[in-house]
Design a binder for this molecule. Sequence first.
Ligand SMILES: Nc1ncnc2c1ncn2[C@@H]1O[C@H](COP(=O)(O)OP(=O)(O)OP(=O)(O)O)[C@@H](O)[C@H]1O
Length: 230
Amino acid sequence: MPDTASWCDIDVRKHLQSAGRSFALDVQLQARHPRMVLMGPSGIGKTLVLQSIAGLMRPDAGHVQLCGERLFDGATGLNVPSRQRRVGFLFQNYALLPHLTALGNVGFGLRRGAWGFLSRVQKDEAMYWLERFRVADLARQRPYVLSGGQQQRVALARLAILRPRVLLLDEPFSALDPDLRQGMREEVASLLQELDIPLLMVSHDEEDRVALQAQVVRLGQVQGRTVRMD
Ligand SMILES: Nc1ncnc2c1ncn2[C@@H]1O[C@H](COP(=O)(O)OP(=O)(O)OP(=O)(O)O)[C@@H](O)[C@H]1O
C-alpha cells in the first residue's frame, strides 16, 4: 500500500448554481495515511469530493491524481472516464441493479458488453466474493428481498471483484442498525487488508474513525466556499 507517497492528490474546484443558490468547492488534499475519513456538516460537499475522484463529477479546475496516475487535469483537459479509473465507489444506497440477482450484480462489471453472459470462471469468481462476504446463500436472490446489511455485502463484493486501487465509501454504515455497524466496519477493514488498498470514506460518526484507525479531514465554509479546515 502506498503509505509514504501521497496516494490521493487532489485540487478540486467546482461552482454549482441551482434555483438561486450558489455553491463553491475549493478543496486540496494530499492523502498519505492509508485510511482517511472526510467529515463536515451536511451539504458541505463531501459527496462531491468523492464523485470528483471517481470521475462522476467533472471539476471546473484543478487536478485529481490517484496512486501517481493523473486522472483529471483542468489545465490540459485530461479527464479519464469513470469506468477506467479503477476506483471502488460504494454509494449511500448501494445502487444494486434491481433486475439482476446478487450473483449477477457481483459479476456485472466482468461482463463483456451490456448484454453479455457470465462465463463459468466469472461465475466462480463472483461466488468467491459472495462467500467472502458470507452471502453466498443469497446468490440467486434479487436485491429487493435482501436486508440493508445483505445489500451492502453484495455491493462490497461487486466492488472487490473489480480489484479497485482505492476504496471510496459514502457514509457506508449510517443506514445500518447499530449492532450491524461494528461487523461491517470489520468487514471493510479486512477487505482493505486483503486487497492492500487505501480508503477515503465520508462519515459523520466518530466511531467509524476510531474503528478504522483513520485520519480525519474536515471540510467547512470560509467566505462562502467549502475548504479544508485542518
Ligand atoms: N447538481 C447539483 N447542482 C447544484 N447543486 C448541487 C448539485 N449537487 C450537489 N449540489 C449542492 O452541493 C452541496 C454539496 O453537496 P454534497 O452532497 O456533496 O454534500 P455532503 O457534504 O455530502 O452532504 P451530506 O452529508 O448531507 O450527504 C449541497 O449544498 C448541494 O445542494
